[in-house]
Design a protein around this ligand. Structure first.
Ligand code: NDP
Ligand code: HSE
Length: 436
């Protein structure tokens, strides 16, 4: 049977990985897919560099639209990144009747609703396994492997750059800025690391997982996003002493009132497997009513790990492209006419537990005042730790762990504690998840 013909738009880290893995494993892939999968066209602006990668095995074009215009191309693979041009090209490819594979989580988190609707109307597939957690087949697991379940929550370390930074801060006791520079030197963090360190990249990925887990539209604009730039080495050490590790965690939960969708630094009990995910690795936990808690671990980025996910999508499409569109796996796991309108909850309505660090005057009655304010707001304390400042300042660090409470209550209590004359610096507050 004639090979499926692929056009790659973008031939950088991921695109070159896709090309090389398809070349290397072509026989194995043919045996699985039932026919060959062949890259016959590639596009990047620097055509010389593209030719250096693909040689004479594929036609090189500078204009990505030449791929979309080619009637022989069955699947367009968008590996260029960005929002606007990639949106235009993906919509044009769909309009031309091409199936699309993309690793672009930013594109889908922001324009996913429009893109999936266009694909459904045209009867083509848009596959995006590589967009979340790189090489880990988490989209397939949530959408297909756990399809029997009413999923209750999904939580993950889904940004390798920030996990590397947090691991280094913990191991070496270094501050954020120092480790960021090291991460950039080693090539983990990009020259502009904003999307990673501010939690935006993780929120893009979480938004996609949330949509698939609960059958809600893709709603990146409703996600709460807090990065790791304000984390102090001291809090990582205090957390450690209390039996916790701090991770940048994406959490999405179904509650009776709506869906929580949030990315922020989070204390996780050290005894959980996910708390021990170190360096640039990723891991995702998903909890379903039938299966219980499951855990998925692996490389969330890199040329060939990400190519592994892109090619899995290519094989899926190759197997399914002749099937009646109504019998294919829906893009977001649920049938388009069976999506839920469960709202994404504002952060004030989220229920979680907290780590608080207060720099206070080391005087009689200070602890009683602080705990009194928490009690007045109905917040139950789980543990308290006091650490002397180690200097002659007469100040001390008071670390408090709470049980679950609504964020709105914590906001009120925190404002009241901050107003106490004996609280000498801005209170540090980090959310905590037991992930039990
Ligand atoms: P790179 O920057 O390495 O590659 C991007 C490629 O796109 C380059 O070959 C670039 O070449 C090409 N390109 C840019 N503009 C155009 C254009 N107008 N027309 C044609 N080609 C163009 O990015 P990555 O490979 O790292 O990432 C690609 C996508 O995969 C992104 O969406 C990213 O978020 C996602 N992703 C990346 C992962 C990773 O580990 N790197 C992991 C998971 C997802 P030129 O400049 O010559 O045009
Ligand atoms: N910048 C991302 C990370 C790449 O650090 O995980 C993979 O999406």
């Amino acid at each position: 049977m004639k090979s499926i013909q692929i056009g790659l738009i973008g031939l950088g880290t991921v695109g070159s990985g896709v090309f090389h893995v398809l070349q290397r494993n072509q026989e194995e892939i043919r045996r699985r897919a039932g026919r060959g999968i062949e890259v016959t066209m590639v596009s990047r602006r620097n055509v010389e560099q593209a030719r250096a990668i693909v040689g004479d095995k594929a036609q090189v074009v500078a204009d990505a639209r030449a791929i979309i215009a080619n009637p022989d191309i069955d699947i367009v693979v968008e590996l260029m990144g960005g929002y606007e041009l990639s949106r235009e090209l993906v919509l044009e490819a769909i309009a031309a009747g091409k199936h699309v594979v993309t690793a672009n989580k930013a594109l889908l988190a922001v324009h996913g609703t429009e893109i999936f609707a266009a694909a459904s109307a045209k009867g083509v597939m848009v596959a995006f396994e590589a967009a979340v957690a790189g090489g880990i087949p988490i989209i397939k697991s949530l959408r297909e492997g756990l399809t029997a379940n009413r999923l209750q929550w999904v939580a993950g370390i889904i940004n390798g750059t920030t996990n590397f930074i947090l691991s280094e801060m913990r191991d070496k006791g270094l501050d954020f800025e120092v480790v960021l520079q090291e991460a950039q030197r080693l090539g983990y963090a990009e020259a502009d690391p904003t999307f990673d360190i501010e939690g935006i990249d993780a929120a893009h990925k979480l938004t996609l997982m949330s949509a698939i887990a609960f059958g809600i539209p893709v709603q990146f604009d409703k996600a709460y996003v807090e990065g790791i730039t304000k984390l102090a080495a001291a809090d990582i050490q205090y957390a450690e002493q209390l039996g916790y590790r701090i991770k940048l965690l994406g959490v999405t939960k179904r509650t009776a009132h709506g869906v929580e969708l949030r990315v922020h630094p989070t204390l996780i009990p050290s005894k959980r497997l996910i708390a021990n995910v170190e360096g640039a690795m990723n891991a995702v936990m998903a909890h379903g009513d039938a299966v219980g808690t499951t855990l998925y671990y692996g490389k969330g980025a890199g040329s060939e790990p990400t190519a592994s996910a892109v090619i899995a999508d290519l094989v899926d499409i190759t197997r399914l492209h002749t099937a009646d569109p109504a019998h294919r796996v829906p893009h977001l796991a649920f049938q388009p006419d069976a999506m839920s309108n469960l709202p994404v909850l504002p952060m004030s309505e989220v229920v979680t537990s907290y780590y608080l660090r207060l720099r206070v005057a080391d005087q009689t009655g200070v602890l009683a005042k602080v705990t009194g304010l928490l009690a007045e707001s109905g917040i139950n304390i789980d543990a308290v730790l006091q650490r002397a400042s180690g200097d002659e300042s007469g100040q001390t660090d008071l670390i408090i762990l709470t049980h679950d409470c609504q964020e709105a209550k914590m906001n009120t209590a925190q404002a009241q504690m901050q107003n106490l004359p004996t609280v000498l610096a801005p209170i540090v507050r980090i959310r905590k998840e037991e992930l039990a």
